[in-house]
Design a protein around this ligand. Structure first.
Ligand SMILES: Cc1ncc(COP(=O)(O)O)c(C=O)c1O
Length: 377
């Protein structure tokens, strides 16, 4: 194991001492000041492969939410950052591979919020090599990197490994690999609620696709798509639970629209809820159980109509095939949108293949969640 220190941090102001109320309030206020652009835009795309089958294609542009915390990074981190700020604030410690978008986003969040960050990296063979652009960016944002052998990394949830990390780095707020925990799933529920509010039932049946790594995004998305709750309605007496970044008034307004929408939905007889399809980018069939565990922890049970289609991983994490490369290049030509090859390209490749194979019925609307931007060339 070895560590690379982040950018030297100035000594903390007494107000910033871990555990102090002003420090917690300040970190909370800084989170409020991040102001992500929500709800993210929903764009219609004219794609001949979809039109030929009578299917509409929409892109939910979550990649445009925030320059440093784009897409599912903001959705998964927000509630964790609030929890870390409220209980300390404590340094953030998290885990990821050498090309992890999540590590990079956590480092950026630390810089923006004035929180120390520690990134535990899979594989100590990287410790003595020049840092790749992702890890270099993490260090530039002040993250301290700690490299674990692959076998120690596999045991990262076990008490001895956690204790060794605590002995080395002190009391940290620990965020799991990929940022996926119950708070992350709860944050991603807002994504599903936004879509639920924006998708026109008359354009259904609706299919919403998302790329999956650890599954936290799909766990929350599916829950939000299924959400029928109504805040503070005197008739129902249900409580207000405004999505992040929204006031209760906005939520009531939005919910009133949703209620009207559901009435239209029922009247049109197309009452089917949006169906979510997750496209795992890793090989293996462990993910459904993990998503179920996340949903159970976050929401008490399996929620929403979701499934996984494991046929489009293209060889596994960060692997590609000539077909995937050709698909992504062609998509960029057709629509002027560069796709992240690790996640989003596999999602759109999967959705396009399903439509071309006739597996999604004519008359449907397919919404692809663009969970992150393509990396800069
Ligand atoms: C751009 C992008 N899309 C999708 C995912 C998959 O998200 P999850 O790990 O929640 O399944 C990730 C990883 O967080 C990602 O960086």
């Amino acid at each position: 194991m070895s560590s690379v220190p982040g950018r030297p941090q100035p000594p903390p102001h007494p107000d910033h001492a871990p555990g102090s109320r002003p420090a917690a309030d300040r970190a909370g206020a800084r989170i409020d000041a991040l102001r992500p652009a929500l709800p993210s835009p929903l764009q219609t795309v004219a794609d001949a492969r979809f039109a030929r089958r009578g299917v509409r294609l929409l892109l939910k542009r979550d990649d445009l939410i925030h320059p440093d915390l784009p897409g599912n990074k903001w959705r998964k981190l927000e509630l964790n950052l609030r929890a870390a700020a409220a209980t300390g604030p404590r340094p953030l410690l998290t885990f990821g591979g050498a090309y992890s978008n999540h590590l990079r986003a956590t480092a950026a969040a630390g810089r923006l919020l004035g929180l120390a960050t520690i990134g535990v990296v899979r594989g100590d063979e990287l410790a003595d090599r020049p840092l790749n652009p992702v890890l270099a960016r993490c260090v530039a944002d002040g993250m301290r990197l700690h490299f674990l052998t692959r076998s120690a990394y596999r045991r990262k949830a076990e008490p001895e490994v956690r204790e060794a990390l605590r002995a080395r780095f002190g009391d940290c707020y620990v965020i799991p690999e990929g940022g996926s925990n119950a708070l992350a799933a709860t944050g991603c529920r807002t994504l599903g609620r936004e879509l639920r509010a924006a998708l026109d039932p008359a354009d259904g049946p609706h299919v919403v696709g998302v790329a999956c790594g650890t599954g936290g995004t799909l766990a929350g998305l599916a829950a939000g798509l299924a959400d029928h709750r109504q805040p503070a309605d005197p008739a129902t007496g249900l409580t207000i639970d405004p999505p992040a970044g929204q006031t209760a008034e906005q939520t009531i307004e939005q919910t009133a629209e949703q209620t009207a929408e559901r009435a239209t939905e029922r009247a049109a007889g197309s009452g089917a809820r949006p169906r979510a399809i997750g496209f795992p980018v890793l090989r293996g069939d462990f993910l459904a159980a993990e998503i179920l565990a996340l949903q159970t922890e976050a929401f008490g049970a399996r929620v929403g109509d979701w499934e996984l289609d494991g046929r489009f991983h293209c060889g596994g994490y960060a692997r590609t095939t000539p077909e995937l490369d050709a698909f992504a290049a062609d998509f960029a030509d057709r629509h002027g949108l560069a796709l992240d090859r690790v996640y989003v390209a596999k999602l759109l490749y999967g959705l396009t293949s399903l439509v071309e194979a006739g597996a999604i019925a004519g008359g449907s609307t397919v919404t692809a969640v663009i969970t992150g931007p393509a990396p800069a060339p």
